[in-house]
Design a protein around this ligand. Structure first.
Ligand code: SF4
Length: 222
């Protein structure tokens, strides 16, 4: 059993129409949530601590939904972990947390059993995730319809993730910080350039840069 709030049909202004999950945000080593202790956004300006996402991430701490609820309304896209991450408290692990394998296995199972669904997510400690799965969840072994991006601000970790077949996602402060192998998330770029949210028409389910094409993603800090 693991903490999980499932929304089988949602319409998010950035993501678009899809199913999604929420898990509690906070340092997993301290028992405060499902995030890795080293995430640079923890307790700072993480987008999950704002508005409705913050409400749902807090409520998810007391919910134990079935992962199968994700496909109960015919969703074509699943955004895994609108809030939270892939980890759980583990006092026996060197960092005090490890990958919540029951949760990860279930997410991957849902993708395997629903090959027409496209699932995607991000992980803020991809090295821990891969190590905890005995390298069986190396990017090249995951189902073709389950796309896990390595969120990494550290360029050495980014290089490691790419070498292991992962696409990466990085939060940057200015447009000049983008590297040549990266493409701007068009939604974030439009916001960064001052466009009103109501005027931004791009949605993840149409954009698909996070799981299609060779470029890594650069998110401009908002
Ligand atoms: S790059 Fe595209 S798919 Fe990725 S988060 Fe931005 S809008 Fe969504």
């Amino acid at each position: 059993m693991y903490q999980l709030h499932v929304v089988p049909s949602s319409e998010n202004s950035k993501v678009g129409a899809c199913a999604t999950t929420y898990r509690p945000v906070g340092d997993s080593a301290k028992g405060e949530g499902t995030c890795p202790s080293g995430c640079p956004h923890l307790g700072k300006a993480c987008y999950t601590r704002k508005g409705k996402t913050n409400l749902w991430q807090a409520r998810s701490a007391a919910k134990f939904d079935s992962m199968d609820k994700l496909t109960s309304k015919g969703a074509q896209f699943i955004r895994f972990l609108t809030s939270g991450d892939w980890f759980k408290t583990d006092p026996t692990a060197p960092k005090g947390y490890s990958t919540d394998l029951e949760h990860a296995n279930d997410a991957i199972r849902v993708c395997r059993q629903n090959p027409r669904v496209t699932g995607w997510s991000y992980c803020h400690d991809i090295q821990q995730f891969v190590a905890d799965t005995g390298y069986s969840y190396n990017a090249r072994n995951l189902p073709a319809n389950f796309h896990l991006l390595a969120s990494c601000e550290d360029l050495d970790v980014k290089a490691w993730a790419i070498a292991h077949g992962f696409k990466t996602a990085r939060v940057i402060k200015t447009m000049a910080d983008k590297t040549e192998d990266e493409v701007f998330c068009p939604y974030d770029k439009a916001k960064h350039l001052g466009k009103k949210q109501a005027d931004i028409k791009i949605r993840c389910v149409n954009c698909r840069l996070c799981w299609e094409g060779p470029r890594n993603i650069a998110f401009l800090e908002q």
